[in-house]
Design a protein around this ligand. Structure first.
Ligand SMILES: [Zn+2]
Length: 141
């Protein structure tokens, strides 16, 4: 609780019940990428009567305050994750919609080289791989 209160104050948001609870959901699941509906369902599971419209509003406020980052991956709803200030890229499992984080120093370096070759330095980038589980060689039925 204390952690969430401080975080809300730090970014200048008033401490309200929905904001506290939604921030807790993200803190409980560090590294998770949640849609507004995922958050809403988790609140319901905790017997919290916070409507989906409120969830959307709070997430928008969190995004503006830099608490969460919003991603619009292809073929799905927007997902939100805590802004931990560390760069990483994403893979999306196209079958399950699962989001996997990764960091590859080699890819980072290659991107800088490609930009440099064109006379640029990278300001920012986001890389998303749309993936499917590797077949394991055994076929059933
Ligand atoms: Zn992520």
């Amino acid at each position: 609780m204390e952690q969430e209160t401080q975080e809300l104050r730090r970014v200048g948001l008033k401490v309200t019940h929905p904001r506290m609870r939604i921030l807790q959901i993200f803190d409980e699941e560090e590294g998770n990428h949640l849609t507004a509906e995922d958050v809403y369902k988790k609140l319901l599971a905790h017997q919290e009567d916070i409507g989906l419209a409120t969830v959307y509003r709070v997430l928008t406020q969190f995004e503006a305050a830099g608490i969460v980052v919003k991603h619009n991956f292809e073929g799905g709803q927007a997902v939100y994750e805590l802004d931990r200030g560390k760069h990483h890229d994403h893979m999306i499992d196209v079958d399950s919609g699962k989001v996997i984080e990764f960091v590859s120093e080699e890819i980072e370096r290659l991107q800088r080289e490609v930009a440099a070759r064109h006379g640029y330095v990278i300001e920012d980038h986001s890389l998303v791989l749309y993936v499917r589980p590797k077949s394991r060689g055994t076929r059933k039925g």
